[in-house]
Design a protein. Structure first.
Length: 415
Protein backbone atom coordinates (compact mmCIF):
# COMPACT_ATOMS: atom_id res chain seq x y z
CA UNK A 1 0.00 0.00 0.00
CA UNK A 2 2.81 2.36 0.93
CA UNK A 3 4.62 1.44 -2.28
CA UNK A 4 1.55 2.30 -4.36
CA UNK A 5 1.22 5.67 -2.63
CA UNK A 6 4.91 6.31 -3.15
CA UNK A 7 4.65 5.46 -6.85
CA UNK A 8 1.56 7.67 -7.27
CA UNK A 9 3.30 10.53 -5.50
CA UNK A 10 6.36 10.05 -7.68
CA UNK A 11 4.23 10.13 -10.86
CA UNK A 12 2.50 13.30 -9.72
CA UNK A 13 5.85 14.86 -8.93
CA UNK A 14 7.24 13.90 -12.35
CA UNK A 15 4.12 15.30 -14.04
CA UNK A 16 4.45 18.52 -12.04
CA UNK A 17 8.11 18.84 -12.99
CA UNK A 18 7.29 18.15 -16.65
CA UNK A 19 4.60 20.84 -16.68
CA UNK A 20 6.92 23.26 -14.90
CA UNK A 21 9.61 22.66 -17.53
CA UNK A 22 7.10 23.30 -20.33
CA UNK A 23 5.88 26.52 -18.71
CA UNK A 24 9.45 27.69 -18.09
CA UNK A 25 10.29 26.93 -21.73
CA UNK A 26 7.22 28.85 -22.95
CA UNK A 27 8.13 31.75 -20.66
CA UNK A 28 11.67 31.70 -22.02
CA UNK A 29 10.36 31.79 -25.61
CA UNK A 30 8.13 34.77 -24.76
CA UNK A 31 11.09 36.53 -23.13
CA UNK A 32 13.14 35.92 -26.28
CA UNK A 33 10.35 37.35 -28.43
CA UNK A 34 9.80 40.42 -26.25
CA UNK A 35 12.95 41.04 -24.20
CA UNK A 36 12.33 44.76 -23.73
CA UNK A 37 8.77 44.22 -22.48
CA UNK A 38 9.95 41.55 -20.03
CA UNK A 39 12.76 43.80 -18.77
CA UNK A 40 10.30 46.62 -18.15
CA UNK A 41 7.98 44.23 -16.27
CA UNK A 42 10.86 43.05 -14.05
CA UNK A 43 11.86 46.64 -13.30
CA UNK A 44 8.25 47.51 -12.41
CA UNK A 45 7.91 44.48 -10.10
CA UNK A 46 11.22 45.19 -8.31
CA UNK A 47 10.31 48.88 -7.96
CA UNK A 48 6.89 47.97 -6.54
CA UNK A 49 8.44 45.62 -3.94
CA UNK A 50 11.00 48.24 -2.91
CA UNK A 51 8.30 50.87 -2.57
CA UNK A 52 6.02 48.59 -0.54
CA UNK A 53 8.82 47.72 1.87
CA UNK A 54 10.92 50.85 2.02
CA UNK A 55 8.64 53.85 1.47
CA UNK A 56 6.18 53.24 4.39
CA UNK A 57 9.09 52.56 6.73
CA UNK A 58 10.81 55.80 5.65
CA UNK A 59 7.60 57.81 6.12
CA UNK A 60 7.26 56.83 9.81
CA UNK A 61 10.95 56.87 10.68
CA UNK A 62 10.54 59.98 12.92
CA UNK A 63 7.86 58.43 15.16
CA UNK A 64 9.07 56.91 18.49
CA UNK A 65 5.84 55.22 19.60
CA UNK A 66 6.16 51.62 18.33
CA UNK A 67 2.41 50.91 18.21
CA UNK A 68 1.61 54.11 16.36
CA UNK A 69 4.59 53.59 14.07
CA UNK A 70 3.48 50.06 13.06
CA UNK A 71 -0.14 51.19 12.55
CA UNK A 72 0.80 54.14 10.32
CA UNK A 73 3.31 51.99 8.43
CA UNK A 74 0.67 49.35 7.69
CA UNK A 75 -1.86 52.00 6.63
CA UNK A 76 0.69 53.60 4.30
CA UNK A 77 1.63 50.19 2.90
CA UNK A 78 -2.05 49.33 2.29
CA UNK A 79 -2.67 52.62 0.48
CA UNK A 80 0.43 52.17 -1.64
CA UNK A 81 -0.56 48.58 -2.44
CA UNK A 82 -3.96 49.80 -3.68
CA UNK A 83 -2.29 52.39 -5.91
CA UNK A 84 0.16 49.86 -7.33
CA UNK A 85 -2.67 47.36 -7.76
CA UNK A 86 -4.62 49.92 -9.79
CA UNK A 87 -1.57 50.57 -11.97
CA UNK A 88 -1.14 46.81 -12.47
CA UNK A 89 -4.79 46.44 -13.47
CA UNK A 90 -4.35 49.30 -15.97
CA UNK A 91 -1.28 47.65 -17.47
CA UNK A 92 -3.16 44.35 -17.65
CA UNK A 93 -6.04 46.01 -19.47
CA UNK A 94 -3.60 47.62 -21.91
CA UNK A 95 -1.98 44.29 -22.79
CA UNK A 96 -5.37 42.58 -22.95
CA UNK A 97 -6.56 45.24 -25.40
CA UNK A 98 -3.41 44.67 -27.47
CA UNK A 99 -4.09 40.94 -27.55
CA UNK A 100 -7.73 41.59 -28.46
CA UNK A 101 -6.66 43.91 -31.30
CA UNK A 102 -4.21 41.31 -32.58
CA UNK A 103 -6.89 38.64 -32.46
CA UNK A 104 -9.35 40.95 -34.24
CA UNK A 105 -6.82 41.67 -37.01
CA UNK A 106 -6.27 37.94 -37.38
CA UNK A 107 -10.02 37.42 -37.76
CA UNK A 108 -10.22 40.21 -40.37
CA UNK A 109 -7.33 38.66 -42.30
CA UNK A 110 -9.08 35.30 -42.24
CA UNK A 111 -12.37 36.86 -43.41
CA UNK A 112 -10.50 38.79 -46.10
CA UNK A 113 -8.89 35.62 -47.44
CA UNK A 114 -12.19 33.76 -47.41
CA UNK A 115 -13.95 36.60 -49.25
CA UNK A 116 -11.28 36.65 -51.96
CA UNK A 117 -11.73 32.89 -52.42
CA UNK A 118 -15.48 33.42 -52.79
CA UNK A 119 -14.94 35.92 -55.62
CA UNK A 120 -13.50 33.12 -57.73
CA UNK A 121 -16.55 30.87 -57.32
CA UNK A 122 -18.66 29.78 -60.29
CA UNK A 123 -21.85 30.35 -58.26
CA UNK A 124 -23.29 33.87 -58.29
CA UNK A 125 -24.63 33.69 -54.73
CA UNK A 126 -21.18 32.78 -53.38
CA UNK A 127 -19.54 35.61 -55.34
CA UNK A 128 -22.13 38.04 -53.95
CA UNK A 129 -21.35 36.82 -50.45
CA UNK A 130 -17.67 37.55 -51.02
CA UNK A 131 -18.43 41.01 -52.42
CA UNK A 132 -20.56 42.04 -49.45
CA UNK A 133 -18.04 40.51 -47.03
CA UNK A 134 -15.36 42.75 -48.55
CA UNK A 135 -17.64 45.76 -48.21
CA UNK A 136 -18.10 45.07 -44.50
CA UNK A 137 -14.36 44.64 -43.97
CA UNK A 138 -13.70 47.95 -45.78
CA UNK A 139 -15.96 49.69 -43.25
CA UNK A 140 -14.34 48.02 -40.24
CA UNK A 141 -10.67 48.20 -41.24
CA UNK A 142 -9.18 51.42 -42.60
CA UNK A 143 -5.97 49.55 -43.41
CA UNK A 144 -7.86 47.31 -45.81
CA UNK A 145 -10.21 50.00 -47.16
CA UNK A 146 -8.34 51.09 -50.28
CA UNK A 147 -6.97 47.62 -51.20
CA UNK A 148 -10.57 46.38 -51.18
CA UNK A 149 -11.65 49.26 -53.46
CA UNK A 150 -8.87 48.27 -55.87
CA UNK A 151 -9.88 44.60 -55.72
CA UNK A 152 -13.53 45.42 -56.49
CA UNK A 153 -12.68 47.71 -59.41
CA UNK A 154 -10.21 45.14 -60.76
CA UNK A 155 -12.97 42.52 -60.56
CA UNK A 156 -15.23 44.73 -62.69
CA UNK A 157 -12.47 45.45 -65.22
CA UNK A 158 -11.68 41.75 -65.52
CA UNK A 159 -15.21 40.30 -65.59
CA UNK A 160 -17.07 43.07 -67.44
CA UNK A 161 -14.53 44.24 -69.97
CA UNK A 162 -15.70 45.76 -73.26
CA UNK A 163 -12.89 44.31 -75.37
CA UNK A 164 -13.31 40.76 -74.09
CA UNK A 165 -17.10 40.63 -74.00
CA UNK A 166 -18.29 37.97 -76.43
CA UNK A 167 -15.02 38.25 -78.32
CA UNK A 168 -15.75 41.82 -79.43
CA UNK A 169 -12.56 43.84 -79.71
CA UNK A 170 -14.03 47.07 -81.06
CA UNK A 171 -13.46 50.34 -79.21
CA UNK A 172 -16.33 51.24 -76.91
CA UNK A 173 -17.42 54.15 -79.08
CA UNK A 174 -17.77 51.80 -82.08
CA UNK A 175 -19.93 49.17 -80.40
CA UNK A 176 -23.14 50.88 -81.44
CA UNK A 177 -23.97 54.07 -83.26
CA UNK A 178 -27.37 55.69 -83.10
CA UNK A 179 -26.72 57.08 -86.52
CA UNK A 180 -29.25 55.71 -89.02
CA UNK A 181 -26.39 54.90 -91.36
CA UNK A 182 -24.66 52.52 -88.91
CA UNK A 183 -23.66 49.34 -90.70
CA UNK A 184 -25.38 46.02 -90.05
CA UNK A 185 -22.28 44.25 -88.72
CA UNK A 186 -22.00 46.72 -85.86
CA UNK A 187 -25.67 46.23 -85.04
CA UNK A 188 -25.27 42.45 -85.01
CA UNK A 189 -22.26 42.67 -82.73
CA UNK A 190 -24.17 44.91 -80.37
CA UNK A 191 -27.09 42.49 -80.26
CA UNK A 192 -24.74 39.85 -78.83
CA UNK A 193 -23.90 41.97 -75.79
CA UNK A 194 -25.21 40.64 -72.49
CA UNK A 195 -27.11 42.45 -69.77
CA UNK A 196 -25.13 43.67 -66.79
CA UNK A 197 -24.54 40.79 -64.32
CA UNK A 198 -25.87 41.16 -60.78
CA UNK A 199 -22.42 40.95 -59.18
CA UNK A 200 -21.14 43.86 -61.30
CA UNK A 201 -24.21 45.96 -60.44
CA UNK A 202 -23.68 45.16 -56.74
CA UNK A 203 -20.03 46.26 -56.87
CA UNK A 204 -20.91 49.58 -58.53
CA UNK A 205 -23.55 50.18 -55.86
CA UNK A 206 -20.99 49.44 -53.13
CA UNK A 207 -18.39 51.71 -54.74
CA UNK A 208 -20.96 54.50 -54.95
CA UNK A 209 -21.71 54.38 -51.24
CA UNK A 210 -18.21 53.52 -49.99
CA UNK A 211 -17.06 54.84 -46.64
CA UNK A 212 -14.85 57.64 -47.94
CA UNK A 213 -15.86 59.64 -51.02
CA UNK A 214 -13.33 61.60 -53.03
CA UNK A 215 -14.56 64.94 -51.70
CA UNK A 216 -13.99 63.97 -48.05
CA UNK A 217 -11.05 65.60 -46.32
CA UNK A 218 -9.79 62.24 -45.08
CA UNK A 219 -9.97 60.66 -48.53
CA UNK A 220 -6.67 62.25 -49.61
CA UNK A 221 -5.03 59.78 -47.25
CA UNK A 222 -7.42 56.87 -47.55
CA UNK A 223 -7.92 57.05 -51.34
CA UNK A 224 -4.48 57.61 -52.83
CA UNK A 225 -5.85 57.20 -56.35
CA UNK A 226 -9.13 57.40 -58.24
CA UNK A 227 -11.43 54.46 -58.83
CA UNK A 228 -10.32 52.79 -62.06
CA UNK A 229 -13.27 51.57 -64.17
CA UNK A 230 -11.82 52.21 -67.59
CA UNK A 231 -12.96 50.11 -70.55
CA UNK A 232 -15.72 48.46 -68.52
CA UNK A 233 -19.08 47.26 -69.79
CA UNK A 234 -21.82 48.81 -67.60
CA UNK A 235 -24.86 48.89 -69.88
CA UNK A 236 -28.13 49.62 -68.04
CA UNK A 237 -26.30 50.27 -64.78
CA UNK A 238 -28.41 51.88 -62.05
CA UNK A 239 -26.81 54.43 -59.74
CA UNK A 240 -28.66 56.48 -57.14
CA UNK A 241 -27.11 58.91 -54.65
CA UNK A 242 -23.69 57.51 -55.51
CA UNK A 243 -20.31 59.23 -55.03
CA UNK A 244 -17.94 58.50 -57.89
CA UNK A 245 -15.98 61.73 -57.95
CA UNK A 246 -12.79 61.56 -59.98
CA UNK A 247 -13.50 58.03 -61.20
CA UNK A 248 -11.86 56.82 -64.41
CA UNK A 249 -14.56 55.76 -66.90
CA UNK A 250 -12.41 56.07 -70.03
CA UNK A 251 -13.91 54.08 -72.91
CA UNK A 252 -16.51 52.65 -70.54
CA UNK A 253 -19.84 51.54 -71.96
CA UNK A 254 -22.83 52.95 -70.03
CA UNK A 255 -25.51 52.90 -72.70
CA UNK A 256 -29.06 53.14 -71.29
CA UNK A 257 -27.71 53.75 -67.79
CA UNK A 258 -30.12 55.15 -65.19
CA UNK A 259 -28.27 57.59 -62.96
CA UNK A 260 -29.88 59.81 -60.34
CA UNK A 261 -28.41 62.32 -57.87
CA UNK A 262 -24.92 60.96 -58.40
CA UNK A 263 -21.64 62.87 -58.04
CA UNK A 264 -19.11 62.60 -60.87
CA UNK A 265 -17.09 65.77 -60.25
CA UNK A 266 -13.79 65.70 -62.18
CA UNK A 267 -14.51 62.18 -63.47
CA UNK A 268 -13.01 61.06 -66.79
CA UNK A 269 -15.46 59.85 -69.46
CA UNK A 270 -13.13 60.27 -72.43
CA UNK A 271 -14.40 58.15 -75.36
CA UNK A 272 -17.06 56.70 -73.06
CA UNK A 273 -20.47 55.68 -74.42
CA UNK A 274 -23.57 57.02 -72.63
CA UNK A 275 -26.01 56.73 -75.51
CA UNK A 276 -29.64 56.76 -74.36
CA UNK A 277 -28.50 57.18 -70.75
CA UNK A 278 -30.75 59.01 -68.29
CA UNK A 279 -29.10 61.39 -65.85
CA UNK A 280 -31.27 63.17 -63.29
CA UNK A 281 -30.00 65.85 -60.89
CA UNK A 282 -26.40 64.71 -61.25
CA UNK A 283 -23.27 66.71 -60.54
CA UNK A 284 -20.91 66.49 -63.52
CA UNK A 285 -18.87 69.61 -62.90
CA UNK A 286 -15.45 69.48 -64.51
CA UNK A 287 -16.09 66.10 -66.16
CA UNK A 288 -14.08 65.14 -69.25
CA UNK A 289 -16.36 63.96 -72.11
CA UNK A 290 -13.77 64.38 -74.88
CA UNK A 291 -14.71 62.23 -77.89
CA UNK A 292 -17.52 60.79 -75.81
CA UNK A 293 -20.89 59.56 -77.06
CA UNK A 294 -24.09 60.87 -75.47
CA UNK A 295 -26.44 60.45 -78.42
CA UNK A 296 -30.12 60.61 -77.41
CA UNK A 297 -29.23 60.85 -73.73
CA UNK A 298 -31.59 62.60 -71.29
CA UNK A 299 -29.82 64.98 -68.94
CA UNK A 300 -32.18 66.72 -66.51
CA UNK A 301 -31.51 69.32 -63.81
CA UNK A 302 -27.82 68.44 -63.78
CA UNK A 303 -24.73 70.55 -63.22
CA UNK A 304 -22.26 70.32 -66.13
CA UNK A 305 -20.35 73.49 -65.34
CA UNK A 306 -16.80 73.57 -66.72
CA UNK A 307 -17.12 70.23 -68.53
CA UNK A 308 -14.56 69.41 -71.22
CA UNK A 309 -16.38 67.93 -74.22
CA UNK A 310 -14.19 68.56 -77.24
CA UNK A 311 -15.31 66.52 -80.26
CA UNK A 312 -18.12 64.90 -78.29
CA UNK A 313 -21.15 63.36 -80.00
CA UNK A 314 -24.40 64.75 -78.59
CA UNK A 315 -26.75 64.15 -81.50
CA UNK A 316 -30.34 64.13 -80.31
CA UNK A 317 -29.38 64.72 -76.67
CA UNK A 318 -32.12 66.16 -74.47
CA UNK A 319 -30.97 68.76 -71.97
CA UNK A 320 -33.55 70.07 -69.51
CA UNK A 321 -32.87 72.77 -66.90
CA UNK A 322 -29.17 71.88 -66.79
CA UNK A 323 -26.17 74.12 -66.27
CA UNK A 324 -23.42 74.17 -68.94
CA UNK A 325 -21.84 77.41 -67.78
CA UNK A 326 -18.24 77.80 -68.99
CA UNK A 327 -18.44 74.39 -70.68
CA UNK A 328 -15.72 73.67 -73.25
CA UNK A 329 -17.67 72.38 -76.27
CA UNK A 330 -15.63 73.00 -79.45
CA UNK A 331 -16.50 70.79 -82.45
CA UNK A 332 -19.29 69.10 -80.48
CA UNK A 333 -22.08 67.56 -82.54
CA UNK A 334 -25.44 68.85 -81.22
CA UNK A 335 -27.38 67.78 -84.32
CA UNK A 336 -31.12 67.55 -83.51
CA UNK A 337 -30.39 68.17 -79.84
CA UNK A 338 -33.06 69.68 -77.60
CA UNK A 339 -31.85 72.25 -75.08
CA UNK A 340 -34.67 73.47 -72.83
CA UNK A 341 -33.88 76.05 -70.14
CA UNK A 342 -30.17 75.22 -70.42
CA UNK A 343 -27.59 77.73 -69.20
CA UNK A 344 -24.81 78.24 -71.78
CA UNK A 345 -23.23 81.29 -70.17
CA UNK A 346 -19.64 81.74 -71.37
CA UNK A 347 -19.62 78.26 -72.95
CA UNK A 348 -17.11 77.68 -75.75
CA UNK A 349 -19.12 76.61 -78.84
CA UNK A 350 -16.45 77.11 -81.49
CA UNK A 351 -17.04 74.80 -84.45
CA UNK A 352 -20.05 73.11 -82.81
CA UNK A 353 -22.75 71.63 -85.07
CA UNK A 354 -26.28 72.75 -84.10
CA UNK A 355 -28.02 71.49 -87.23
CA UNK A 356 -31.71 70.94 -86.44
CA UNK A 357 -31.16 71.68 -82.75
CA UNK A 358 -33.84 73.37 -80.63
CA UNK A 359 -32.29 76.41 -78.93
CA UNK A 360 -35.44 78.46 -78.34
CA UNK A 361 -35.26 78.55 -74.55
CA UNK A 362 -31.51 78.45 -74.00
CA UNK A 363 -30.32 80.90 -71.35
CA UNK A 364 -27.39 83.33 -71.65
CA UNK A 365 -26.68 82.49 -75.29
CA UNK A 366 -24.97 85.38 -77.09
CA UNK A 367 -24.43 86.40 -80.70
CA UNK A 368 -20.69 86.15 -80.14
CA UNK A 369 -21.05 82.49 -79.15
CA UNK A 370 -23.32 81.67 -82.09
CA UNK A 371 -21.06 83.42 -84.59
CA UNK A 372 -18.34 80.84 -83.89
CA UNK A 373 -20.39 77.68 -84.39
CA UNK A 374 -20.07 75.51 -87.48
CA UNK A 375 -23.74 75.59 -88.48
CA UNK A 376 -27.24 76.50 -87.29
CA UNK A 377 -28.93 74.98 -90.33
CA UNK A 378 -32.61 74.21 -89.55
CA UNK A 379 -31.96 75.10 -85.89
CA UNK A 380 -34.78 76.68 -83.90
CA UNK A 381 -33.78 79.95 -82.27
CA UNK A 382 -35.50 82.69 -80.34
CA UNK A 383 -36.90 85.05 -83.05
CA UNK A 384 -35.13 88.10 -81.63
CA UNK A 385 -31.81 86.26 -81.46
CA UNK A 386 -32.24 84.97 -85.01
CA UNK A 387 -33.05 88.46 -86.30
CA UNK A 388 -29.99 89.91 -84.59
CA UNK A 389 -27.83 87.12 -86.00
CA UNK A 390 -29.01 87.88 -89.54
CA UNK A 391 -28.61 91.61 -89.02
CA UNK A 392 -24.97 91.12 -88.11
CA UNK A 393 -24.20 89.13 -91.28
CA UNK A 394 -24.38 85.54 -90.03
CA UNK A 395 -27.28 84.39 -92.22
CA UNK A 396 -25.08 81.74 -93.82
CA UNK A 397 -25.00 79.84 -90.53
CA UNK A 398 -28.80 79.57 -90.67
CA UNK A 399 -29.38 79.10 -94.38
CA UNK A 400 -26.42 77.18 -95.79
CA UNK A 401 -26.56 73.40 -95.60
CA UNK A 402 -23.35 72.02 -94.03
CA UNK A 403 -20.87 70.34 -96.35
CA UNK A 404 -20.58 67.15 -94.30
CA UNK A 405 -23.29 64.54 -94.43
CA UNK A 406 -25.44 64.60 -91.27
CA UNK A 407 -24.08 62.42 -88.54
CA UNK A 408 -20.71 61.88 -90.25
CA UNK A 409 -18.88 65.07 -89.34
CA UNK A 410 -15.15 65.05 -88.97
CA UNK A 411 -14.09 65.87 -85.42
CA UNK A 412 -10.40 66.47 -85.73
CA UNK A 413 -9.52 69.41 -83.52
CA UNK A 414 -6.23 71.22 -83.55
CA UNK A 415 -5.11 73.43 -80.76
Amino acid sequence: MAKERSMALREELNQFLGNAKKEIKQLYEKIKQRPLTCLICIIIIVTAIVLLIGLPHWQVSGINNVTEKVTLENQSRATLAQILGGVAVGIGIYFAWGNLTTAREGQITERFTRAIDQLGSDKLEIRLGGIYALERISRESEKDYWPIMEILTAYVRLNSNVDKLNGISLPVYDLISMDIQANESTKKQHSKLKKLPLDIQSILTILGKRKYACNDNESKYLEPDNLDLNNTYLEMIELKNAHLEGANFKRAYLQRAYIKKTHFEEADFEEANLENAQLFECCLEGVNFENGHLENAYITKSNLKNIFSRNAHLQGVNFFKSNLERAFLPRVNFRNAFLLSVNLAKANLEGANFEGANLKKVKNLTIDQLSKVKTLYKAELDPELEAELRAKGYSHLLDDEPDDEPGNESFVFSD
